[in-house]
Design a binder for this molecule. Structure first.
Ligand code: ADP
Ligand code: MG
Length: 325
């Protein structure tokens, strides 16, 4: 017997372990009531995920729940904000309890780890689509922005790049996919604590959702400068290198494939020592990949100074892309 909308909400969405002290009223009324302390700014981000576009039909519901929240937590990380409250709009073809149970398990297990409370939402019938809105807190004036990079600043990324893209490529080709690469695509780990720690250090930041070149491009456009990257410095996982013939084949994935959800940020040279001291505690690690220039445009160079040609430049939903995202 299928459940009604209200039974679904009651049984699955209202069931969670996190109860935050700053939630005056959560799920159950016409709106949630949330307390923002004086001196704090509210950081708000929203991401929609549509079946067939952001995940293939038949994707593990746990992974959909995880990723719907993870991509929003990644936006909080990129702003240096502390995640606090989420709202969720979900469109379901049927009141499929097994789907909703696994979906909420994926969402709530990640929410629990970051102390995020789901405070409201909307449940409707329709094609499978999930929209999570995330609300975070950041001390007033301290958020990391895309603008703020300055010539001479070093460019860094967290973690490794291209893993999710390699997984997607293997899936689209119908090849079996390495488990680590697959988990990078399905269950990205948002760099929340790293983003918050970068508040006092980075001059600009963005999370890498559409590919490094595209997302660093947003920093360059917002900051009004250019950059030079050393492609040989790009951090590549052993698992990614196993899927390609040589490093040169891995670079386009690291530069232009999306879904990595690592942070790309810039740091003025006098703060780099502090950064390295901090980052020595981070399991994801950081890598210096280039430098901000006063000259506009983005230059991709090999170690010997010769240009590295890149055909694809990142993901754009409205471009005539063949990629199955
Ligand atoms: P309204 O009609 O006033 O918008 P609803 O009947 O749609 O309220 O929802 C009842 C309550 O359940 C509201 O507090 C709403 O925020 C919450 N809710 C509905 N769907 C979800 C969901 N998918 N996740 C979390 N909360 C939800
Ligand atoms: Mg109402």
């Amino acid at each position: 017997m299928s459940l009604s909308e209200f039974q679904l909400i009651e049984k699955y969405f209202a069931r969670q372990r996190i109860r935050r002290g700053d939630v005056a009223l959560g799920i159950g009324d016409d709106a949630a009531l949330l307390r923002v302390l004086p001196g704090m700014e509210l950081a708000v981000a929203i991401d929609a995920m549509v079946e067939g576009r952001h995940f293939p039909a038949g994707t593990d519901p746990f992974a959909i729940g995880h990723k719907a929240l993870a991509v929003n937590l990644s936006d909080m990380a990129a702003m240096g904000a502390e995640p606090a409250w989420a709202t969720l709009a979900i469109s379901l073809p049927t009141a499929d309890e097994a789907f909703v149970a696994q979906f909420t398990d994926g969402l709530f297990s990640l929410a629990y780890r970051y102390g995020v409370e789901l405070v409201g939402g909307d449940t409707v019938r329709g094609p499978l689509m999930v929209v999570v809105q995330m609300h975070g807190l950041v001390p007033a004036g301290k958020a990391l922005k895309r603008s703020g990079a300055f010539p001479g600043d070093a460019i860094y990324v967290t973690g490794t790049l291209g893993d999710a893209g390699a997984a997607l490529q293997q899936i689209l080709k119908g090849e079996s996919c390495n488990a680590m690469l697959r988990s990078r695509l399905d269950r990205p780990e948002p760099r929340v604590k790293e983003g918050m720690a970068l508040r006092e250090i980075a001059s600009s930041a963005i999370d890498i959702s559409d590919g490094l070149v595209a997302d660093l491009g947003h920093i360059l456009a917002a900051s009004g400068f250019g950059a030079t990257l050393d492609v040989e410095a790009l951090p590549l996982s052993a698992e990614l290198l196993d899927t390609v013939a040589d490093r040169e084949q891995a670079w386009p994935l690291a530069l232009a494939s999306g879904d990595d959800y690592e942070l790309c940020f810039t740091v003025s040279p006098h703060r780099e020592a502090t950064l390295h001291a901090l980052a020595s505690e981070w399991s994801c690690g950081i890598t210096r990949i280039g430098i901000i220039d006063s000259k506009a445009g983005l230059r991709l160079l090999r170690g010997d100074g010769t240009p590295f040609p890149l055909a694809v430049r990142g993901f754009d939903h409205f471009a005539d892309a063949e990629r199955g995202r």
